[in-house]
Design a protein around this ligand. Structure first.
Ligand SMILES: Cc1cc2nc3c(=O)[nH]c(=O)nc-3n(C[C@H](O)[C@H](O)[C@H](O)COP(=O)(O)OP(=O)(O)OC[C@H]3O[C@@H](n4cnc5c(N)ncnc54)[C@H](O)[C@@H]3O)c2cc1C
Length: 477
């Protein structure tokens, strides 16, 4: 059935992840109507929590940490005492041993052997000396790491894990993503901390404590939805399929779910959906060079395999990083170490992250085979035995990481340059802007987009007030 909504006052929000919902919450609580459309059956996007018979897990453990006061206040006001502090303690599995993460100097020294460590330090010194003579070129991740930490460090600590995470050679990964923010996926801060007395404690990546909603990270999105629905609407299972414009403004979106389809008009439009997809959905389509640029932006996808176990606890860790390529998953976490409410009494679960490209062997593997492989490796790592396993779940999460290939910055700026012609279209968020955003950045992006719409609204109101005042003045004369 085709519906047409001709209410032109609302802000249309594409995507019910943290970006879209934060924008929606701020706008609707300021009395500004919004309509949020989320293609998935649930809100939350990448920051959702899955519940399988009382076993709860995020798509890779999500810890909330922000240095932005406004974002902290926003989340704390939303969740109150549902937020619990979690102590961070992580390990990394290398050379068949578990090391503390961030690496501790003695741990690293004895674990890798004195000779390797001396070589690494000498190598680092040599790169620093080279840097004094000539500014090194830092186009790729490899260039950046080698010039900042030396070739030995790159080979030992970076190459294998980075290539496992990103799925492409380090010489093809842009150095720019390091600048955007190195998170847990990189080891640089840990290594600097370990070897060069660098204090990484200020880096969000290495913070000792963080906050976590006791029933999982997805609770933030659920609360945002509740707030928005006090005054406005959030439609899940409803995808935006077309974005209709007149060359200067977006006029409406075509939306569809399994029951109906329709055209929804609006005043302002926020897109937190993947940037390349947004470009493809514009109607009329943009010029070929913009479509071609959009086709060059790609994503790394994620397969999450969760194993539920008949044990109260398996590890005492927040995260365990697994750089070795021979082990197919890159990271493990045990949600019950974050909050006891993540599993039924006396039980636990291990969540493993397989980095993948949609359509590759991992992505297309049957759930049974993925579970089999995961249990096998967890057993070999000494975490569980087969008889501990109660159940399992496999979730495929597309577009988990924007893939920062060398040259992506220029591609993104060409696309944003083109999109800037649409006066009322706002792109925001992680996949929406193709940025390495964590949850706090996503929330910040949503809030600041809402700010600019509200400012525009009040500027519009002021202009209308001025017009009215002028008209009244005219009448009085
Ligand atoms: C494995 C992993 C671990 C992470 N760990 C952390 C962590 O510990 N701490 C942290 O702060 N951050 C973490 N992050 C980052 C965090 O998940 C993101 O920053 C945040 O969820 C991004 O929110 P968003 O709304 O911008 O994007 P998304 O969550 O991607 O939301 C976009 C939404 O748009 C919807 N959509 C797409 N197309 C359409 C359409 N056509 N119509 C309607 N809707 C559409 C999607 O379904 C999705 O819900 C992690 C990310 C990953 C992948």
């Amino acid at each position: 059935m085709m519906n047409i909504s001709d209410d032109k006052t609302a802000t249309i929000i594409i995507g019910g992840g943290l970006t879209g919902l934060s924008a929606g919450c701020l706008l609707s609580s300021a009395g500004h109507p919004v309509k949020v459309f989320e293609s998935d059956a649930e809100v939350g996007g990448l920051s959702k929590t899955i519940d399988r018979d009382g076993f709860r897990f995020d798509l890779g453990g999500h810890r909330f940490f922000s240095k932005d006061e406004r974002v902290n206040r926003f989340v704390q006001d939303l969740l109150g005492d549902e937020l619990i502090p979690v102590h961070r303690s992580s390990k990394i599995f290398m050379r068949n041993r578990f090391f503390d993460y961030p690496l501790k100097p003695l741990n690293a020294l004895f674990g890798l052997g004195l000779m390797t460590t001396l070589r690494a330090v000498a190598d680092y010194g040599a790169e620093k000396a080279k840097g004094l003579l000539r500014q090194p070129s830092q186009v790729s991740l490899e260039d950046w790491v080698v010039s900042n930490f030396g070739r030995t460090m790159f080979d030992i600590y970076f190459k294998e894990y980075s290539e496992k995470v990103w799925g492409i050679d380090c010489s093809r990964i842009s150095a720019d993503w390091v600048a955007q923010r190195i998170r847990g996926l990189s080891l640089s801060s840990a290594i600097r901390n370990a070897f060069f007395s660098f204090s990484g404690r200020d880096l969000p990546t290495l913070a000792d404590h963080f906050l976590y909603p006791e029933t999982g990270i997805g609770r933030i999105a659920e609360r945002l939805r509740e707030e928005i629905e006090k005054k406005s609407t959030v439609s899940t299972g409803t995808a935006v399929e077309q974005i209709n414009h007149n060359g200067r403004e977006v006029e409406s979106v075509a939306v569809a779910n399994h029951l109906w389809s329709g055209i929804v008009q609006g005043k302002e439009f926020i897109s937190s959906m993947p940037l390349p997809r947004l470009v493809q959905l514009l109607n009329p389509l943009p010029p070929d060079d913009i479509l071609e640029a959009a086709s060059r932006l790609s994503f790394r996808d994620l397969v999450v395999v969760t194993i539920m176990v008949d044990r109260p606890r398996v590890t005492d860790q927040t995260w365990i990083y697994i750089p070795e390529k021979k082990i197919p998953f890159g990271r493990i976490h045990e949600p019950t170490n974050w909050s006891r409410k993540m599993a039924p009494e006396g039980k636990s679960l291990l969540v493993t992250e397989f980095f993948s490209f949609k359509g590759d062997r991992t992505w297309n593997e049957t759930d049974e085979r993925l579970v089999e492989t995961t249990v096998d490796h967890l057993q070999r790592l000494g975490f569980i035995t087969r008889k501990d396993v109660l159940d399992s779940a496999v979730i495929r999460a597309p577009k988990a990481y924007p893939l920062f290939e060398v040259g992506y910055e220029e591609t993104c700026s060409r696309i944003s340059g083109y999109l800037s012609r649409f006066r009322n279209l706002h792109i925001a968020g992680r996949v929406g802007m193709f940025r390495y955003y964590n949850m706090d950045h996503a929330i910040h992006s949503g809030l600041s987009t809402a700010d600019s719409i509200l400012a525009r609204g009040s500027a519009g109101d002021t202009a209308r007030e001025d017009e009215r005042a002028l008209a009244l003045a005219g009448n009085a004369r």
